[in-house]
Design a protein around this ligand. Structure first.
Ligand code: NDP
Ligand code: OXD
Length: 308
């Protein structure tokens, strides 16, 4: 029984050390050329070989090194294999911190002040108190909930949107299309922490931006394909949106000269909001394989019919 990980050397070495210590009964491998594919029961990667189904017929669990599984959910999978997304404290903390940083930057008008700085303009903009800045979160999963909990002490009125009804202390929870309309009308800073599925592809579009109060801000930390980039640029130029913090784009990397690079109302980062931390990710993976070996449900199991 083999666990095969395809990743960069630092992650592989950390996993190797933790697996040797905590799960010695499972053989550890990191090189496709050195494994007997029939022995591989557990495979972890970010991008997966196209011939997964034919090559690794005995796979039981396919782990993504990240929280997103949109890169693999459409692949042909071996019959018994289940998909598992990454749920681990290091990744959750990183995304939470990034989004808090972005919300505070938008709340305190940082993109506008950076633009003023470039132009050497010393000018005070209107102040808005945190209890008057309504924050709405698309996606109330692992990352959306952790982000809401971290934003709460600042005093922002918080709302969130999910597919199924949720109850979260201090967060006005909405679900379904009607819930989305209601939340958007009362959101000054919108955060996207959704998975990419057939239902959420292109959700951040001109129609959605028009439902936000004029001058709202956007934090996009989901997937590039959630966002209609042309519609974003149009909404920024018309003033419907005041600013945006964008971590994910189409394509990645964004080509030189793309208008998002230099737009004065955009803060752009190169898909760095979150990264699973090798130590805690290895511990979470060992715990999951143990659960699987004991016939228990693993954490982060993907429902392929929902797409996440
Ligand atoms: P989860 O699966 O834990 O949560 C997903 C949330 O989205 C759930 O609340 C779910 O609703 C909601 N959702 C899914 N589909 C819909 C829909 N059609 N309508 C309304 N709500 C919907 O995922 P995570 O929180 O772990 O991760 C979320 C995403 O964040 C990842 O898939 C990835 O795209 C992105 N990400 C980006 C990173 C970056 O570096 N930029 C890093 C890590 C993740 P329900 O509660 O009803 O199931
Ligand atoms: C993830 C990511 O999904 O890094 O974890 O985007």
């Amino acid at each position: 029984m083999t666990f095969l990980i395809l990743s960069y050397p630092e992650r592989v070495e950390t996993f190797r050390r933790i697996f040797a210590r905590d799960l010695p009964e499972v053989r550890f491998a990191s090189d496709l050329a050195e494994v007997d594919p029939a022995e591989v029961r557990y495979l972890m990667a970010w991008t997966f070989p196209e011939d997964l189904a034919t090559r690794f017929g005995n796979l039981e669990l396919i782990f993504s090194t990240g929280a997103g599984i949109d890169q693999v959910v459409g692949l042909d999978l071996p019959p018994r294999a289940q998909l598992v997304r990454m749920v681990e404290e290091g990744l959750t903390a990183m995304v939470r911190d990034y989004v808090v940083m972005a919300v505070l930057a938008l709340h305190r008008d940082l993109p506008a002040y950076l633009d003023q700085q470039r132009q050497q303009v010393w000018k005070t903009r209107d102040f808005v108190w945190a209890d008057q800045r309504r924050v709405g979160i698309l996606g109330l999963g692992e990352l959306g909930r952790a982000t809401a909990a971290a934003l709460r002490p600042f005093g922002f009125p918080l709302a969130g949107w999910s597919r199924s009804p949720r109850q979260i202390d201090g967060v006005t929870c909405h679900h379904g299309p009607e819930g989305l309309r209601k939340m958007l009308a009362e959101t000054d800073i919108l955060i996207c922490l959704l998975p990419l599925t057939d239902e959420t592809r292109g959700i951040l579009n001109g129609g959605l931006f028009a439902q936000l109060p004029q001058g709202a801000g956007l934090v996009q930390a989901g997937r590039g394909d959630h966002l209609d980039q042309e519609a974003l640029l149009a909404a920024l130029d018309s003033g419907q949106l005041s600013a945006a913090v964008i971590d994910v784009t189409v394509p990645e990397p964004l080509p030189a000269g793309h208008p998002l690079w230099s737009h004065p109302k955009v803060v752009l980062t190169p898909h760095i909001a979150g990264h699973s931390r090798p130590e805690s990710a290895a511990a979470a993976t060992v715990a999951n394989i143990r659960r699987h070996l004991q016939g228990q449900r693993v954490t982060g199991l993907v429902d392929r019919s929902r797409g996440y």
